[in-house]
Design a protein around this ligand. Structure first.
Ligand code: SF4
Length: 351
Protein backbone atom coordinates (compact mmCIF):
# COMPACT_ATOMS: atom_id res chain seq x y z
CA UNK A 1 0.00 0.00 0.00
CA UNK A 2 1.41 3.39 -0.95
CA UNK A 3 1.85 6.21 1.56
CA UNK A 4 -0.79 8.26 -0.17
CA UNK A 5 -3.33 5.52 0.40
CA UNK A 6 -2.41 5.37 4.04
CA UNK A 7 -2.56 9.15 4.41
CA UNK A 8 -5.58 9.92 2.33
CA UNK A 9 -7.46 6.69 2.45
CA UNK A 10 -10.17 7.00 -0.12
CA UNK A 11 -10.28 6.87 -3.88
CA UNK A 12 -11.87 10.34 -3.97
CA UNK A 13 -8.59 11.80 -2.68
CA UNK A 14 -6.24 9.96 -5.03
CA UNK A 15 -4.50 11.25 -8.13
CA UNK A 16 -4.84 9.45 -11.44
CA UNK A 17 -1.37 7.98 -11.02
CA UNK A 18 -2.23 6.65 -7.56
CA UNK A 19 -5.47 5.18 -8.85
CA UNK A 20 -3.49 3.45 -11.62
CA UNK A 21 -1.28 1.86 -8.96
CA UNK A 22 -4.32 0.89 -6.92
CA UNK A 23 -6.01 -0.80 -9.88
CA UNK A 24 -2.74 -2.53 -10.71
CA UNK A 25 -2.57 -3.88 -7.15
CA UNK A 26 -6.10 -5.17 -7.61
CA UNK A 27 -5.02 -7.12 -10.69
CA UNK A 28 -6.48 -4.77 -13.31
CA UNK A 29 -4.56 -2.92 -16.05
CA UNK A 30 -3.16 0.45 -14.95
CA UNK A 31 -5.22 2.39 -17.51
CA UNK A 32 -8.29 1.53 -15.43
CA UNK A 33 -6.96 4.01 -12.86
CA UNK A 34 -7.12 6.97 -15.24
CA UNK A 35 -10.55 5.76 -16.29
CA UNK A 36 -11.67 5.74 -12.68
CA UNK A 37 -10.35 9.30 -12.21
CA UNK A 38 -12.45 10.47 -15.17
CA UNK A 39 -15.55 8.63 -14.05
CA UNK A 40 -15.20 10.13 -10.57
CA UNK A 41 -14.70 13.73 -11.67
CA UNK A 42 -16.18 14.08 -15.17
CA UNK A 43 -19.10 11.64 -14.95
CA UNK A 44 -19.36 12.16 -11.18
CA UNK A 45 -20.50 8.64 -10.43
CA UNK A 46 -22.02 7.69 -7.10
CA UNK A 47 -20.86 4.07 -7.27
CA UNK A 48 -18.60 1.73 -9.25
CA UNK A 49 -21.73 0.08 -10.68
CA UNK A 50 -22.09 3.07 -13.02
CA UNK A 51 -18.73 2.52 -14.76
CA UNK A 52 -20.19 0.87 -17.83
CA UNK A 53 -16.81 0.38 -19.52
CA UNK A 54 -15.57 -1.88 -16.68
CA UNK A 55 -16.12 -5.60 -16.39
CA UNK A 56 -18.73 -6.34 -13.75
CA UNK A 57 -16.36 -8.43 -11.53
CA UNK A 58 -13.96 -5.43 -11.30
CA UNK A 59 -16.79 -3.10 -10.31
CA UNK A 60 -17.83 -5.56 -7.58
CA UNK A 61 -14.28 -6.07 -6.35
CA UNK A 62 -13.59 -2.35 -6.08
CA UNK A 63 -16.88 -1.82 -4.32
CA UNK A 64 -15.90 -4.40 -1.71
CA UNK A 65 -12.26 -3.37 -1.34
CA UNK A 66 -12.42 0.41 -1.79
CA UNK A 67 -15.96 1.66 -1.15
CA UNK A 68 -16.57 5.39 -1.33
CA UNK A 69 -19.41 7.64 -0.36
CA UNK A 70 -19.71 11.10 -1.86
CA UNK A 71 -20.74 14.28 -0.15
CA UNK A 72 -24.43 14.91 -0.74
CA UNK A 73 -26.62 17.96 -0.69
CA UNK A 74 -28.81 18.22 2.39
CA UNK A 75 -30.30 21.59 1.64
CA UNK A 76 -29.63 24.85 -0.13
CA UNK A 77 -30.64 28.39 0.56
CA UNK A 78 -30.65 31.12 -2.09
CA UNK A 79 -30.47 34.88 -1.63
CA UNK A 80 -32.13 37.35 -4.02
CA UNK A 81 -28.71 38.38 -5.39
CA UNK A 82 -28.11 34.80 -6.58
CA UNK A 83 -25.78 33.71 -3.77
CA UNK A 84 -26.44 30.15 -2.69
CA UNK A 85 -25.46 28.49 0.55
CA UNK A 86 -25.26 24.72 0.42
CA UNK A 87 -25.26 22.36 3.37
CA UNK A 88 -23.52 19.10 2.49
CA UNK A 89 -23.46 15.82 4.39
CA UNK A 90 -20.21 13.86 4.54
CA UNK A 91 -19.67 10.11 4.76
CA UNK A 92 -19.52 10.21 8.59
CA UNK A 93 -22.60 12.45 8.81
CA UNK A 94 -20.57 15.54 9.65
CA UNK A 95 -21.74 18.55 7.68
CA UNK A 96 -20.01 21.37 5.82
CA UNK A 97 -21.12 24.57 4.21
CA UNK A 98 -20.28 25.67 0.71
CA UNK A 99 -21.27 28.98 -0.84
CA UNK A 100 -21.68 29.84 -4.51
CA UNK A 101 -21.24 33.51 -5.39
CA UNK A 102 -22.44 34.77 -8.77
CA UNK A 103 -20.16 36.97 -10.88
CA UNK A 104 -20.46 38.27 -14.43
CA UNK A 105 -17.22 36.53 -15.39
CA UNK A 106 -18.22 33.13 -13.95
CA UNK A 107 -19.30 32.06 -10.51
CA UNK A 108 -16.99 31.31 -7.63
CA UNK A 109 -17.41 28.59 -5.07
CA UNK A 110 -16.26 29.19 -1.51
CA UNK A 111 -15.42 25.86 0.06
CA UNK A 112 -14.71 24.72 3.60
CA UNK A 113 -11.44 22.99 4.48
CA UNK A 114 -12.26 21.68 7.97
CA UNK A 115 -15.29 20.79 10.05
CA UNK A 116 -15.19 23.62 12.59
CA UNK A 117 -12.00 25.60 13.14
CA UNK A 118 -9.34 25.81 15.82
CA UNK A 119 -8.22 29.38 15.23
CA UNK A 120 -10.76 31.08 17.50
CA UNK A 121 -11.02 34.44 15.72
CA UNK A 122 -13.21 36.63 17.90
CA UNK A 123 -15.50 37.78 15.11
CA UNK A 124 -16.19 34.34 13.65
CA UNK A 125 -19.11 32.07 14.40
CA UNK A 126 -17.42 29.09 12.75
CA UNK A 127 -14.67 28.95 15.33
CA UNK A 128 -17.05 28.78 18.27
CA UNK A 129 -17.24 25.01 18.25
CA UNK A 130 -13.53 24.40 17.70
CA UNK A 131 -12.06 22.09 15.09
CA UNK A 132 -13.93 18.82 14.77
CA UNK A 133 -11.88 17.24 12.00
CA UNK A 134 -9.93 17.87 8.83
CA UNK A 135 -11.61 17.51 5.46
CA UNK A 136 -10.03 15.20 2.92
CA UNK A 137 -9.04 16.40 -0.54
CA UNK A 138 -11.96 14.38 -1.94
CA UNK A 139 -14.41 16.16 0.35
CA UNK A 140 -13.12 19.51 -0.90
CA UNK A 141 -13.48 18.28 -4.49
CA UNK A 142 -17.04 17.16 -3.84
CA UNK A 143 -17.98 20.63 -2.62
CA UNK A 144 -16.86 22.02 -5.99
CA UNK A 145 -18.65 19.26 -7.90
CA UNK A 146 -21.97 19.71 -6.11
CA UNK A 147 -21.79 23.52 -6.42
CA UNK A 148 -20.95 23.30 -10.11
CA UNK A 149 -23.75 20.85 -10.80
CA UNK A 150 -26.30 23.08 -9.07
CA UNK A 151 -24.97 26.08 -10.96
CA UNK A 152 -25.13 24.75 -14.50
CA UNK A 153 -21.34 24.30 -14.74
CA UNK A 154 -20.74 28.03 -14.33
CA UNK A 155 -18.18 27.79 -11.50
CA UNK A 156 -14.87 29.28 -12.65
CA UNK A 157 -13.14 30.21 -9.39
CA UNK A 158 -12.47 28.30 -6.20
CA UNK A 159 -11.97 30.15 -2.93
CA UNK A 160 -10.75 28.19 0.08
CA UNK A 161 -12.36 30.73 2.35
CA UNK A 162 -15.18 28.85 4.00
CA UNK A 163 -15.13 27.21 7.39
CA UNK A 164 -11.70 26.19 8.66
CA UNK A 165 -8.11 27.36 8.32
CA UNK A 166 -6.89 25.85 5.01
CA UNK A 167 -3.22 26.06 5.97
CA UNK A 168 -3.96 24.08 9.15
CA UNK A 169 -4.84 21.27 6.71
CA UNK A 170 -2.10 21.99 4.21
CA UNK A 171 -1.32 18.46 3.00
CA UNK A 172 -4.95 17.82 2.06
CA UNK A 173 -5.26 21.31 0.54
CA UNK A 174 -2.18 20.80 -1.67
CA UNK A 175 -3.60 17.46 -2.76
CA UNK A 176 -6.97 19.09 -3.48
CA UNK A 177 -5.27 21.75 -5.63
CA UNK A 178 -3.51 19.04 -7.60
CA UNK A 179 -6.74 17.09 -8.13
CA UNK A 180 -8.79 20.16 -9.11
CA UNK A 181 -6.12 21.20 -11.60
CA UNK A 182 -5.91 17.83 -13.39
CA UNK A 183 -7.07 18.33 -17.01
CA UNK A 184 -8.59 14.83 -16.97
CA UNK A 185 -10.99 16.00 -14.26
CA UNK A 186 -12.23 19.43 -13.25
CA UNK A 187 -9.32 21.23 -14.97
CA UNK A 188 -9.21 24.38 -12.83
CA UNK A 189 -6.38 26.81 -13.49
CA UNK A 190 -4.31 27.47 -10.36
CA UNK A 191 -4.72 31.14 -11.15
CA UNK A 192 -8.43 30.78 -10.52
CA UNK A 193 -7.91 29.48 -7.00
CA UNK A 194 -7.56 31.57 -3.83
CA UNK A 195 -6.28 30.08 -0.58
CA UNK A 196 -7.01 32.09 2.55
CA UNK A 197 -5.21 32.00 5.86
CA UNK A 198 -5.43 33.65 9.23
CA UNK A 199 -1.63 33.91 9.08
CA UNK A 200 0.11 30.57 9.73
CA UNK A 201 3.57 31.76 8.75
CA UNK A 202 5.42 28.41 8.32
CA UNK A 203 2.56 27.03 6.22
CA UNK A 204 2.58 30.15 4.01
CA UNK A 205 6.23 29.41 3.34
CA UNK A 206 5.43 25.81 2.42
CA UNK A 207 2.65 26.95 0.10
CA UNK A 208 5.02 29.48 -1.52
CA UNK A 209 7.68 26.80 -1.92
CA UNK A 210 5.17 24.41 -3.52
CA UNK A 211 5.38 26.64 -6.59
CA UNK A 212 1.63 26.56 -7.27
CA UNK A 213 0.60 30.01 -8.54
CA UNK A 214 -2.56 30.29 -6.45
CA UNK A 215 -3.65 33.59 -4.94
CA UNK A 216 -2.98 33.95 -1.23
CA UNK A 217 -5.53 35.86 0.82
CA UNK A 218 -4.36 36.81 4.30
CA UNK A 219 -7.01 37.72 6.86
CA UNK A 220 -5.31 40.73 8.42
CA UNK A 221 -8.17 42.66 10.04
CA UNK A 222 -5.87 44.89 12.13
CA UNK A 223 -2.71 46.94 11.48
CA UNK A 224 -1.05 46.52 14.90
CA UNK A 225 -0.13 43.48 16.97
CA UNK A 226 -2.11 44.62 20.00
CA UNK A 227 -5.34 45.07 18.08
CA UNK A 228 -4.82 41.98 15.95
CA UNK A 229 -4.13 39.86 18.99
CA UNK A 230 -7.39 41.02 20.54
CA UNK A 231 -9.24 39.76 17.44
CA UNK A 232 -7.12 36.81 16.32
CA UNK A 233 -5.28 34.57 18.80
CA UNK A 234 -3.04 33.33 15.95
CA UNK A 235 -1.20 36.66 16.17
CA UNK A 236 0.45 35.49 19.40
CA UNK A 237 2.37 32.76 17.59
CA UNK A 238 2.86 34.70 14.35
CA UNK A 239 2.98 38.47 14.92
CA UNK A 240 3.02 41.02 12.12
CA UNK A 241 6.81 41.30 11.95
CA UNK A 242 6.83 37.65 10.84
CA UNK A 243 3.63 37.66 8.81
CA UNK A 244 4.25 40.64 6.53
CA UNK A 245 7.79 39.59 5.48
CA UNK A 246 6.39 36.13 4.71
CA UNK A 247 3.76 37.76 2.47
CA UNK A 248 6.59 39.52 0.62
CA UNK A 249 8.31 36.15 0.30
CA UNK A 250 5.12 34.67 -1.17
CA UNK A 251 5.02 37.40 -3.82
CA UNK A 252 8.69 36.85 -4.66
CA UNK A 253 8.29 33.08 -4.99
CA UNK A 254 5.00 32.96 -6.90
CA UNK A 255 4.85 36.28 -8.75
CA UNK A 256 1.28 36.64 -7.45
CA UNK A 257 0.20 39.63 -5.42
CA UNK A 258 -1.20 38.93 -1.96
CA UNK A 259 -4.71 39.96 -1.00
CA UNK A 260 -5.22 41.30 2.51
CA UNK A 261 -8.72 40.77 3.84
CA UNK A 262 -9.80 43.46 6.29
CA UNK A 263 -13.11 43.10 8.06
CA UNK A 264 -14.37 46.54 9.09
CA UNK A 265 -15.75 46.60 12.65
CA UNK A 266 -17.21 49.91 13.70
CA UNK A 267 -14.92 51.82 16.09
CA UNK A 268 -12.73 48.75 16.58
CA UNK A 269 -10.43 48.77 13.55
CA UNK A 270 -11.98 51.25 11.09
CA UNK A 271 -10.49 54.59 12.25
CA UNK A 272 -8.32 57.01 10.24
CA UNK A 273 -5.23 56.24 12.32
CA UNK A 274 -5.68 52.53 11.68
CA UNK A 275 -6.00 53.15 7.93
CA UNK A 276 -2.66 55.03 8.04
CA UNK A 277 -1.07 52.25 10.11
CA UNK A 278 -2.29 49.72 7.55
CA UNK A 279 -0.91 51.78 4.67
CA UNK A 280 2.50 52.04 6.34
CA UNK A 281 2.51 48.33 7.21
CA UNK A 282 1.93 46.90 3.74
CA UNK A 283 3.07 49.54 1.24
CA UNK A 284 5.86 48.78 -1.17
CA UNK A 285 5.08 45.32 -2.56
CA UNK A 286 2.36 43.96 -4.88
CA UNK A 287 -0.78 43.48 -2.84
CA UNK A 288 -4.42 44.37 -2.67
CA UNK A 289 -6.68 45.22 0.25
CA UNK A 290 -10.21 43.87 0.29
CA UNK A 291 -12.38 45.72 2.80
CA UNK A 292 -15.22 43.52 4.02
CA UNK A 293 -18.32 45.11 5.50
CA UNK A 294 -19.19 43.25 8.69
CA UNK A 295 -22.28 41.03 8.67
CA UNK A 296 -23.66 41.13 12.22
CA UNK A 297 -23.51 37.75 13.96
CA UNK A 298 -25.75 37.19 16.94
CA UNK A 299 -22.98 35.72 19.12
CA UNK A 300 -20.66 38.73 18.65
CA UNK A 301 -21.03 42.33 19.79
CA UNK A 302 -19.44 44.06 16.76
CA UNK A 303 -21.31 46.58 14.64
CA UNK A 304 -20.94 47.33 10.91
CA UNK A 305 -18.95 50.44 9.99
CA UNK A 306 -21.07 53.28 8.60
CA UNK A 307 -20.56 53.73 4.86
CA UNK A 308 -18.75 57.07 5.23
CA UNK A 309 -16.16 55.48 7.58
CA UNK A 310 -15.66 52.66 5.08
CA UNK A 311 -15.06 55.12 2.24
CA UNK A 312 -12.70 57.28 4.32
CA UNK A 313 -10.72 54.18 5.34
CA UNK A 314 -10.47 53.11 1.71
CA UNK A 315 -9.27 56.49 0.45
CA UNK A 316 -6.55 56.73 3.14
CA UNK A 317 -5.22 53.28 2.26
CA UNK A 318 -5.22 54.26 -1.43
CA UNK A 319 -3.09 57.34 -0.59
CA UNK A 320 -0.25 54.87 0.07
CA UNK A 321 -0.44 53.63 -3.52
CA UNK A 322 -2.23 50.46 -2.42
CA UNK A 323 -5.05 48.96 -4.44
CA UNK A 324 -8.06 48.83 -2.11
CA UNK A 325 -11.63 47.79 -2.87
CA UNK A 326 -14.79 47.24 -0.87
CA UNK A 327 -16.27 43.78 -1.19
CA UNK A 328 -19.70 43.62 -2.72
CA UNK A 329 -22.10 42.66 0.04
CA UNK A 330 -23.23 39.42 -1.51
CA UNK A 331 -25.36 36.99 0.37
CA UNK A 332 -25.91 39.04 3.49
CA UNK A 333 -29.33 37.50 3.88
CA UNK A 334 -27.77 34.06 4.29
CA UNK A 335 -24.66 35.03 6.24
CA UNK A 336 -22.33 34.15 3.40
CA UNK A 337 -19.01 35.88 3.90
CA UNK A 338 -15.52 34.69 4.60
CA UNK A 339 -15.24 33.58 8.18
CA UNK A 340 -18.90 34.14 8.78
CA UNK A 341 -20.38 31.02 7.30
CA UNK A 342 -22.55 29.49 9.92
CA UNK A 343 -25.18 26.96 10.62
CA UNK A 344 -28.12 28.04 12.66
CA UNK A 345 -29.80 24.79 13.38
CA UNK A 346 -28.44 21.48 12.47
CA UNK A 347 -24.70 20.99 13.01
CA UNK A 348 -23.87 17.87 14.94
CA UNK A 349 -21.82 19.00 17.90
CA UNK A 350 -18.31 17.66 18.29
CA UNK A 351 -18.03 14.78 20.74
S1 SF4 B 1 -12.27 33.41 10.58
FE1 SF4 B 1 -11.51 31.57 9.53
S2 SF4 B 1 -9.62 31.07 10.64
FE2 SF4 B 1 -10.76 32.46 11.97
S3 SF4 B 1 -11.98 31.08 13.33
FE3 SF4 B 1 -13.27 31.62 11.55
S4 SF4 B 1 -13.00 29.95 10.08
FE4 SF4 B 1 -11.29 29.87 11.56
Amino acid sequence: MSHSRVDFGDVLSMTGTELSELLHEEGAPRFRGRQLFEWLWVHQIQSYAEISVWPIPLRRKMDQQHPFRRAHLIRQQAAPDGTKKLLLGLSDEQRVETVVLPHRYGDSVCISSQVGCAMGCKFCASGLRGRVRQLTAGEMMDQVVVANRLNADRVRHIDLMGIGEPLDNLAAVLRFLQLAHDPAGLNFSYRHVTVSTSGLVPAIQRLADSGLPVTLAVSLHAPTDALRLSLMPVNRAYPLQQLIPMCRYYVTKTGRRVTFEYLLLSHVNDGEEQAHQLGRLIKGFPNHVNLIPWNPVAEHPFQPSPKERVRRFQSIVQEYGISCTIRRELGQEIDAACGQLRLREEEPVSP
